[in-house]
Write a protein that binds this ligand. Structure first.
Ligand code: COA
Ligand code: AMP
Length: 630
């Protein structure tokens, strides 16, 4: 079937389309229909079906006689560790952890927060929650205590599962002290914590609260899979919005299983048994969907890689992995390839390895720049596929569906909408724009199965953030256009979200931290273009009158503050003191204009600007940091 025929088959009868696809996962009770629209504009899928994610990701493969197949490859160049876990072993390990959690009272619907590095136990913890119908919320290790505390207070977990430490090149990340600190800040406290002690740092456990990962499971009866309804939340994943309060994206069980399973063959063109590697982190949506769930649900072998594209030990690590494990499909963020290209522009490392197993490279998480795509194409000699999606959707909105039809690649475009997504470009008034015109990218409701039904404990925020601007549509927060052939082009965010090394960050959250500094009267954070990380945050600070401190000291303090409050992942290292911020007469800070000045792009000061002379001062400040040089 061609892509067009498939897309049309969905358009003609969406319910039949999804019900057919739903047959490829196991149900304890089959759903009577796909879409449940009684609560529109909030939509749900497969509500009256009963299933279990862990059953589909683990047990059903063992039952089908594939227990000996490797489920997880763990490769950690940072700790010099390699390990393979079969589906049968995974079942034993997950059932044991789930049994121990159940013993301590964790039940269907309880939240479990997971704060762990890239080790297989993190996947086991996620699956153990799924086995019980408990709702996990994984927090990325690069976030600091304060961010962790915010998520603890919002999710109110009964239990927290953490590791003693994570390991970044050259430094140990002290997860347990960070967790203890977060619990000191949080109003909500879990009933207990489970700590995986790593040999690189053994943490002090608190009597009565902290359980050792292994002792806790010792002698405990394994737990079976608990059937849950199709709309039962599988997990909550917090993502950056425009404020310091992150959005808790909810993923419902049934749609998640059905949609992710479908993507593995149809988008990534892998068959059960093939080795699939998403080089990301379980703390991000890519890690949830494509390190943990989709490959396992589909019966692939997934890869947990604790390392970086460069420096662990060199720019050949990715190629070593592909050769060693015969990886068929690699998925990563363009920034990883920019890092490799910078280190090894001629691809000398590439030549050292046999990459014949690799059939495609998929990129997502940020705009894939043409240079990076062309470099990857020429080095790897496989299709390089850009695809576009968000934490909210959980899988690709637009892609080149390699398992359906290998469409021509247009560099700069993540190709075409996937079935389920009616993507439209709208003007400010919500009217559809013709091909070639830039506008807000919106998706006609309902969103397909597997996408967010709501935000955790924040239905009103869900409606106001995504559904209010364009009634009848989901607002993606991205701006772009569609060409005559129906290919999408994603150009920029329409809000204050920036993308640093493929990590989604909120400039608003950083502004909240800067504003809390006692000497800062006013501030603005913008995202400036960076050759390696795509964007970098840059802060402007206006100091309180009467403050006559050395500017360098204040700058150093705010940089430290962002690292402490948000975490190293914010990569906030650029800030400058200015007298005033450019604003409109109504007081709106002209962040967009400042970005254009920094990036040497043509700009026109808005007619409503309060004082155009301030822009010269902004330019000079940016020049002092090495920007706005043309
Ligand atoms: N735990 C603790 N700290 C972490 C972390 C984690 N899991 N991940 C990153 N950090 C830290 C880094 O050590 C770095 O700290 P530093 O300021 O002390 O150097 C900081 O957060 C910024 O990290 P990052 O922006 O990722 O830079 P990096 O130099 O560590 O790595 C890349 C750069 C390009 C190699 C890396 O970002 C990468 O591989 N990104 C692409 C893949 C990806 O995960 N994308 C996400 C979605 S697909
Ligand atoms: P996240 O929720 O972290 O996955 O970030 C989602 C955002 O990243 C999107 O809204 C886009 O702004 C950006 N993004 C993701 N994939 C792409 C892509 N292929 N091209 C351009 N931008 C992308």
């Amino acid at each position: 079937m061609t892509y067009k025929a498939l897309y049309k088959s969905w358009q003609d009868n969406p319910d039949a389309f999804w019900m057919k696809i739903a047959e490829n996962v196991d149900w304890f009770e089959k759903p009577s229909k796909a879409l449940f629209d009684e609560k529109a504009p909030l939509y749900e899928w497969f509500v009256d079906g009963k299933t279990n994610t862990c059953w589909n990701a683990v047990d059903r493969h063992v039952k089908a006689g594939r227990g000996d197949q490797t489920a997880i490859i763990y490769d950690s160049p940072i700790t010099q560790t390699k390990q393979k876990i079969s589906y049968a072993d995974l079942q034993t390990r997950v059932a044991s952890l789930a049994g121990a959690l159940r013993n301590k009272g964790v039940e269907k619907g309880d939240r479990v927060l997971i704060y762990m590095p890239m080790v297989p136990e993190t996947i086991e913890a996620m699956l153990a929650c799924a086995r019980l119908g408990a709702i996990h919320s994984v927090v990325f290790g690069g976030f600091a205590s304060n961010e962790l505390a915010v998520r603890i207070d919002d999710a109110q977990p009964k239990c927290i599962i953490a590791a003693s430490c994570g390991i970044e090149p050259g430094r140990v990340v002290h997860y347990k002290p960070l967790l203890d600190n977060a619990l000191g800040l949080a109003a909500q406290q879990p009933e207990f914590c489970v700590i995986l002690q790593r040999e690189q740092e053994v943490a002090k456990l608190e009597e009565g609260r902290d359980e050792d990962w292994h002792e806790f499971q010792y002698g405990v009866a394994p737990a079976d899979c608990v059937p849950v309804e199709g709309n039962h939340p599988a997990y909550i994943l917090y993502t950056s919005g425009t404020t310091g309060q992150p959005k808790g994206v909810v993923r419902a069980t049934g749609g998640h299983l059905v949609a992710l399973n479908w993507t593995m063959k149809n988008i990534y063109d892998v068959d059960s048994g093939d080795i699939f590697w998403a080089a990301s982190d379980v703390g991000w949506v890519v890690g949830h969907s494509y390190i943990c769930y989709a490959p396992l649900i589909h019966g692939n072998t997934t890869v947990v890689f604790e390392g970086k594209p460069v420096g662990t030990p060199d720019a050949g690590t990715f190629w070593r992995m592909i050769e060693e494990y015969k990886i068929k499909c690699l998925f990563t963020a363009p920034t990883a390839f920019r890092a490799i290209k910078r280190e090894d522009p001629k691809g000398e490392e590439v030549e050292k390895y046999d990459l014949s197993s690799l059939k495609s490279l998929f990129l997502a998480g940020e705009r894939a720049d043409p240079d990076t795509i062309e470099w990857a194409q020429s080095q790897l000699n496989v299709p390089v596929i850009d695809h576009w999606w968000q934490t909210e959707t959980g899988y690709a909105i637009a892609a080149n569906p390699m398992g359906i039809e290998k469409l021509p690649v247009k560099i700069g475009s993540p190709a075409v909408p996937m079935p389920g997504y009616d993507v439209q470009i709208l003007d400010e008034g919500g009217h559809p724009l013709p091909a070639g015109k830039l506008g807000a990218i919106a998706i006609k409701l309902p969103l397909p199965p597997g996408t967010l039904p709501t935000l955790w404990n924040a239905e009103d925020r869900f409606k106001s953030s995504y559904l209010q601007q364009f009634p009848g549509f989901y607002e993606t927060g991205d701006a772009g256009l569609v060409d005559e052939d129906g290919y999408l082009y994603i150009m920029a965010r329409t809000d204050d979200v920036i993308n640093v090394a493929g990590h989604r960050l909120s400039t608003g959250a950083m502004e909240e931290v800067l504003a809390a500094h006692p000497d800062v009267a006013e501030c603005a954070v913008i995202g400036v273009t960076d050759a390696l990380k795509g964007q970098l945050p840059l802060g402007f600070l206006c100091l309180n009158s009467g403050v006559h401190r050395d500017h360098a000291d204040v700058v150093a303090e705010v940089i430290k503050l962002v690292r402490e409050k948000i975490g190293p992942v914010a990569a906030f290292k650029l800030a400058v003191v200015v007298n005033r911020l450019p604003k409109t007469r109504s007081g709106k800070i002209l962040r967009g204009t400042m970005v254009k000045i920094a990036d040497n792009k043509a700009f026109k000061a808005p007619a409503t600007i309060d004082d155009p002379a301030i822009l010269d001062e902004i330019k000079a400040a940016l020049q002092s940091l090495g920007y706005a040089n043309n």
